[in-house]
Write a protein that binds this ligand. Sequence first.
Ligand SMILES: C[S@@+](CC[C@H](N)C(=O)[O-])C[C@H]1O[C@@H](n2cnc3c(N)ncnc32)[C@H](O)[C@@H]1O
Length: 348
Amino acid sequence: MQRKAVSLRKLYEAEIDKNAQLISTNDHEIRDELTTARGDELETATETINDFNEFVAPSRLKGLEHFVDETDHVKHYDTGAQMPFNKKIFEPLKFPRHLSIYILDKNNFSSFPQPKKDALKLFSYYLMDISSILPPLLLNAKPIDIVLDLCSAPGGKAMNIIQSMSYKSIVCNDFSRSDRLKHVFGTYFTDLHKLNVNITAHNAEEWVEPNAYTKVLVDVPCTNDRESTVREENNMFSHAKLRERILLPERQINMLCSGLKAVQVGGAVVYSTCSLSPVQNDGVVHMALSKIANETSMEFVINDLSAWIEPWKCLFSFHDNMRHGQLILPYLPLNCGPTYFCRLERRK
Ligand SMILES: C[S@@+](CC[C@H](N)C(=O)[O-])C[C@H]1O[C@@H](n2cnc3c(N)ncnc32)[C@H](O)[C@@H]1O
């Protein structure tokens, strides 16, 4: 199959226009026509997808009883616990002016060539899972923002923010892989100092810098569900990693709490994983917010992202029953997902 890269900006902007057209037209006939045309498009696209490529959400978890016996960490996703979390609608945003992202068309499984070095000995592009660009875009950093990326290596999401040139300064932290971060950034940027990028290597669970940032990304270590199906190395589902896996939600809660404490009033935190686990996703957000509410006087609102994800539905399939954040389901024709993200704004 011939390779064809598509500009993500063009796709996104066309989708925003299409939605605006649908909303703004008063002519019912035109609106019906547009809706039908869109439906047909979607139907054709869906028909081309091999059924085996579709992720089907499990309706029942077998063996959960044993898991609960083994660990009480599942309580972090207690659906019965109602918390008075306030929600605020978050609207779709403009695509960052300086950010260029290209994707292969659906069902094209040819591999993207490795990037080449240019005259400055820097790589020309960075290859990443397309669904991973949503957490940094959702952060919505602006040129006035003091950004913290708590778990940054190997650096794909930080690179999206840096390439967007929409921050005042950015701290890229990673406890165990800061050298990898330095190496990767060294092959894409000439002078990190001039770009106001600072690399640190602290434990995100014990981060103590209250009220210091306006935007914080907390892209935590997780079970990395897609990679784990094909990779032996550091596989969280291996028997040897059982204890580490069980302790993950606890650690993720600590990291998210660090991020929440580090953000200023009026600022925002984006929490993300590449896991399908309800415990590691909405469960961690739920528990971290409960902990912050019980232990501090800080107040947060959860952004309702149902409008924000609308233009992205032309590319991604979203789980339709999340409590706090949004989950992009794994999708083979685009070779992407899962990616979970949730946005929290500090009010007090
Ligand atoms: C999902 S990866 C981050 C991916 C990265 N945001 C990106 O876009 O390339 C999670 C990272 O968290 C780091 N990490 C694990 N435990 C940590 C801790 N306690 N403090 C800080 N970083 C940690 C890991 O080294 C790993 O690089």
